[in-house]
Design a protein around this ligand. Structure first.
Ligand code: URA
Ligand code: SF4
Length: 194
């Protein structure tokens, strides 16, 4: 993970390096059973270099607590490590340039459950796992068994994938809050809790 951190800190593989203040590599214990994967850093994340510390992060923290998962026990990162200007969606080529870092992080952490926060994260994970993605509202609410990495090379991870809505969407649409909570409770249940 330290090698990934060093590389990301000097990375210029896509244009997002130009507008970043800090890269946001991710944080949490390296032996975490749950990995949360968001989209891209926002303004406060770019300023602090930490994932999910802005308004969406505050909401995520309380939903995690309600689901019986401590923020300090999960590993949190994003599909892209630098903030897109004005919080626009990350572009296809930016996701392609950045996700080799995420793949390496997944192989280091070896999570039992991966929670995909939002459609960009979920659709990337579905694609890597060879699954067809429809839409986040259709896919959420159920877990999938996935294999990531390279079984041929012997370096792979088997995990449950739990797709859910992005916590930022629940800031604008409070009815989504309960749906994200349901999905986080499903993640806890897959770990044998709750
Ligand atoms: N939204 C994300 O997807 N990631 C963050 O780190 C913060 C907000
Ligand atoms: Fe590198 Fe990813 Fe940042 Fe692009 S977003 S510059 S690929 S670390």
């Amino acid at each position: 993970m330290e090698a990934v951190r060093r590389e990301v800190e000097g990375c210029r593989k896509c244009g997002l390096w130009r507008s970043r203040t800090n890269v946001v590599v991710g944080e949490g214990p390296l032996n975490a059973e749950v990995m949360l994967i968001g989209e891209a850093p926002g303004r406060i994340e770019d300023e602090t270099g930490r994932p999910f510390v802005g308004p969406a992060g505050k909401l995520l923290d309380s939903l995690l607590r309600e689901a019986g998962l401590g923020r300090e026990e999960v590993y949190i990162t994003n599909v892209v490590k630098c903030r897109p200007p004005g919080n626009r969606d990350p572009r296809e080529e930016e996701i392609r340039a950045c996700t080799p870092y995420l793949e390496r992080q997944i192989l280091v952490i070896r999570p039992k459950v991966i929670v995909a926060l939002g459609r960009h994260s979920a659709s990337w994970l579905y694609q890597r796992a060879g699954l067809r993605f429809t839409s986040i509202t259709r896919e959420r609410g159920a877990a999938k068994r996935i294999v990531l990495g390279s079984p041929l090379l012997g370096d792979f991870v088997k995990a449950y994938l739990v797709p859910t809505l992005h916590p930022a969407s629940a800031l604008y649409n409070p009815s989504y809050r309960g749906l994200i909570l349901e999905d986080l409770m499903l993640a806890a249940k897959l770990l044998g809790r709750g």
